[in-house]
Design a protein around this ligand. Structure first.
Ligand SMILES: [Zn+2]
Length: 416
C-alpha cells in the first residue's frame, strides 16, 4: 500500500527566475488549452492521451519555439484529464462546458523538476531555474519535516502555483507501507462504521467501500424520460401507464437499495462494528445537490439498514452533518478549500484522499464524539477503517497500522 501526502512550500525565487517561471506558466496554460481546443474540434471530444499526443505534440513544440517536451506532455495530460471529466459529466446527464485553463500553474514530474532537501530546480521556457524552499526554522512535526524531509517518503511530482504574489510548490510525496490486515475484524468490539451518502457514490464507508451511484442515476434518468414521454400523451391510458411504470421502477430501485443495505450490514459485521453512523438526512438535498429521487433513495437505504441491522444487534444512528465534507479527518482542520470535487486535500496537514471517504470517517468520528461527551459507558471506542481504528482524538489505537487509515484507492472495494 501507499500513503500519499501533499506538502505546500513557499518558494524563494529571484526576479530573473520569477520572469522565467511566468513565461513557463503562460506556455504551460497555452499548451493545455491548445490540446483542449483540438480535442473539442471533431464531432466527438477526443480523450485518448496517445491520440492527443500524436495530434498536438509537434505543433505545440513548434508554435512555442521548443517548449520543454516533458512540460508539453504534462500539459497534454492535464488537458486530457479535463476532457475526460467533461465527458464523464455528460454521461451522467450533467452540464459541463469546454475546459478553460486560467489559474496560473504548472505540473512537474521527475523529468522536469529535481527535488533537493532545501531547494528544487524547475524546467522553464529557458533551461532550469533554482528555487529555494521557505521552510520553518524548526521543521520537526510540520508537514515539511514529516513528509518532505523524511527519508521514508519520496517525492513523486509537484504543482507550481502563483497566488497573491507568491510562488508556491505543492509537492506530492509517497511512502510504501506493508499491508497489514491480520488484526482486522472481530478482535475489537465496539467500533463505529461511518457512512457518507451522495449522488456520485450512493454510499461510502469509513472502511473504504464504495457503492457507485451510476446504476441508480442511469435508471433514474431512463425513468424520468419514460414518464415525460407518457405525460405528453395526456390520455387516461397514459396516466395509468405512468402509475404502472412508477410501481415497476420503484420496485427496481428498492431491490438495489436492499442489496446495498445488506452489503453495509455485512461490512459492519465483518469489521466488528456495533454502530453504523449516517449523516442526518434532513437537508441532504441542499448539501449534496441530490434530487428528490436521491432523497427518497437515502431515506429507504437508512430505513432498510436500520431494521436489518437490528437483527444483528447493530444500531443505526444519524449525526449532525455540519462540515463533515470540509473537515480533515486526519487533523481536524476545517476549510472549504480542502475539498475540490471528489478530491480532499487538507490545507493544514497535507492529508489527501477521496472526499467521500474523508467524509465517511468524519461521520464516524462525529458519532464517537457525541457519545463520548455524553459519558455513555457502552460507547464505541473508535471508527472502523480499512484496517486499524481511528480514535476520538484523531489518533490511532496502538497496534493499528496507520496505513489502513490513509489509503483509499489501493484498497478500494467496489460494492454494489
Ligand atoms: Zn489535515
Amino acid at each position: 500500500m501507499e500513503i500519499r501526502r501533499t506538502v505546500r512550500v513557499k518558494l524563494d525565487v529571484d526576479s530573473e527566475a520569477a520572469a522565467l517561471l511566468e513565461d513557463t506558466v503562460d506556455a504551460f496554460l497555452w499548451s493545455a488549452q491548445y490540446v483542449v481546443d483540438h480535442a473539442f474540434e471533431g464531432e466527438h471530444v477526443t480523450t485518448s492521451k496517445t491520440t492527443l499526443d500524436d495530434e498536438t505534440y509537434d505543433d505545440i513544440r513548434e508554435q512555442t519555439g521548443g517548449f520543454n517536451g516533458g512540460l508539453v506532455q504534462a500539459a497534454r495530460n492535464k488537458a486530457a484529464e479535463a476532457c475526460r471529466s467533461v465527458v464523464a459529466r455528460w454521461k451522467q446527464g450533467k452540464a459541463a462546458s469546454k475546459p478553460e485553463f486560467t489559474s496560473p500553474h504548472v505540473v512537474y514530474d521527475h523529468r522536469t523538476a529535481t527535488f533537493h532537501d532545501e531547494y528544487v530546480t524547475l524546467a522553464t521556457t529557458e533551461g532550469r531555474v533554482r528555487a529555494d524552499y521557505v521552510l520553518p526554522n524548526d521543521a520537526c512535526g510540520t508537514p515539511h519535516g514529516k513528509y518532505l524531509l523524511a527519508d521514508d517518503y519520496e517525492t513523486t511530482g509537484a504543482e507550481l502555483h502563483y497566488r497573491d504574489g507568491d510562488w508556491m510548490l505543492h509537492i506530492h510525496c509517497k511512502r510504501e507501507v506493508e499491508s497489514d490486515t491480520s488484526d482486522q475484524a472481530a478482535t475489537e468490539n465496539g467500533t463505529v462504521l461511518g457512512v457518507d451518502l451522495g449522488v456520485d457514490n450512493i454510499a461510502v464507508t469509513s472502511t473504504g467501500r464504495f457503492w457507485s451511484g451510476d446504476e441508480f442515476n442511469h435508471w433514474r434518468r431512463e425513468y424520468e424520460q419514460h414518464r415525460s414521454d407518457l405525460q405528453q400523451c395526456g390520455t387516461r391510458w397514459a396516466h395509468e401507464a405512468i402509475k404502472a411504470v412508477s410501481r415497476t421502477e420503484a420496485g427496481r430501485f428498492k431491490t438495489l437499495l436492499h442489496r446495498i443495505a445488506n452489503e453495509l450490514i455485512a461490512e459492519a459485521r465483518k469489521t466488528g462494528c456495533t454502530v453504523i453512523a449516517f449523516e442526518d438526512l434532513t437537508g441532504i438535498r441542499e448539501r449534496t445537490n441530490a434530487s428528490w429521487g436521491h432523497k427518497w433513495a437515502f431515506d429507504r437505504l437508512y430505513e432498510y439498514a436500520e431494521y436489518k441491522a437490528a437483527t444483528h444487534g447493530i444500531a443505526v444512528e444519524q449525526v449532525n452533518p455540519a462540515d463533515t465534507s470540509r473537515r480533515c479527518s486526519h487533523c481536524g482542520f476545517t476549510d472549504s478549500n480542502n475539498r475540490d470535487g471528489e478530491t480532499f486535500g487538507c490545507g493544514e496537514c497535507g492529508y489527501e484522499n477521496h472526499a467521500d471517504y474523508n467524509a465517511a470517517k468524519n461521520i464516524g468520528l462525529r458519532y464517537l464524539r457525541r457519545t463520548q461527551t455524553g459519558g455513555d459507558g457502552g460507547a464505541p471506542l473508535g471508527v472502523r477503517l480499512n484496517s486499524g481504528m481511528l480514535t476520538v482524538n484523531g489518533g490511532y489505537s496502538p497496534g493499528s497500522p496507520e496505513a489502513g487509515t490513509e489509503v483509499h484507492a489501493e484498497t478500494r472495494e467496489r460494492g454494489g
